[in-house]
Design a protein around this ligand. Sequence first.
Ligand SMILES: Cc1cc2nc3c(=O)[nH]c(=O)nc-3n(C[C@H](O)[C@H](O)[C@H](O)COP(=O)(O)OP(=O)(O)OC[C@H]3O[C@@H](n4cnc5c(N)ncnc54)[C@H](O)[C@@H]3O)c2cc1C
Length: 363
Amino acid sequence: MDTVECLVVGGGVVGLAIARRLALAGREVMLVETSDQIGSGISSRNSEVIHAGIYYRPGSLKARLCVAGKHALYDYCRNNAVPHQRCGKLIVATDDEEASLLSGIRRTAADNGVDLTWLSCAQVQELEPQVRATAGLLSDTTGIIDSHALMRGLQRDAERAGAGVVVAQSAQGATVTDEGIVVRVGESDVLCRQVVNAAGLGAVAFAERLQGLDPAHVPRLFLAKGNYFTVTGNPGFSHLIYPVPQQAGLGVHLTLDLQATIRFGPDVEWIEQEDYTVDPTRGQEFYTAIRRYWPGLPEGALRPDYAGIRPKLQGPGHAARDFMIESARDHGVPGLVNLFGIESPGLTACLAIADHVAGLLDE
Ligand SMILES: Cc1cc2nc3c(=O)[nH]c(=O)nc-3n(C[C@H](O)[C@H](O)[C@H](O)COP(=O)(O)OP(=O)(O)OC[C@H]3O[C@@H](n4cnc5c(N)ncnc54)[C@H](O)[C@@H]3O)c2cc1C
């Protein structure tokens, strides 16, 4: 039987960051990815925003790993020529009720170590003349990133440090034994001392096929699709524009990519199975939501773009859950780390998640 010290399941941004981290620490690492290319799952269908760490419950994994990950990511981008831009973000209130919520958002951000600047209506107008708002908050540590360049960089680092990255191979299931964890990879069994389950939307399914793991430690997965719409041209927006957040998502916001193309979304559509089609009729709700802060959005301007799917640990109407990252101290299986519910800000946090997982494996 083949053996490997550390097996990472999943070649998205999180699995790649973990493989890199472990390989740089001198471990023998193999990463397996079902798809025929890395980074084609959740990591290829997101907003590519480097989040500041504003909304998450202070002390939560999302808060801590987002803030630490943001700093690590900016450093990584600078040192490795990964295209990015620290463009900043405005959170805008469009009436007095929303404005009253801004102070709470600012307090939570401060508890997370993130400074936000209060903006009057006139200051918002000065920064973004197209935006109508009664007040706003400016986050100057929010930015955007070329996530594919990042993933290529992480893979390159991992491979240079000796990791094997194997595509078009699934981790089909596993059995916990006295010698280690035996993982079925394609047609072969591989005996691993450590296994990191970073399979994104497939993480729950892989954990369900892990004999020896108590099912009480495998959460239920809910799928929340996020649809995007785009417009042609950019009438001068230079910041990301977010409304005051809503349940399960951050509201239909305006993001920019590194070519300054505008897109709107993601909204929240609960689905039963993976499906990436964008229903054009959802556009009507986008017009209504966007025109609250950009009244000048021309009729007929929105075009359906792409969709991504969030791996949620709670269903519609339930309170947001934190990342669930469990190791032997939680589930009792030596050498196993499961990552569940790695939705936003997983891209921002990837390097900090990798440090966190490495720490858990060292315990
Ligand atoms: C709509 C949307 C917008 C988002 N916007 C942002 C944002 O702006 N900023 C931010 O920080 N975060 C954002 N996120 C979150 C971020 O994209 C994710 O947290 C991150 O990409 C998750 O990476 P991952 O590696 O865990 O998952 P993935 O990228 O999905 O990687 C998991 C990989 O595992 C593979 N796999 C599955 N099962 C197996 C198996 N059995 N064997 C082998 N391989 C397997 C899959 O093919 C996949 O490639 C957003 C997410 C969504 C859905």
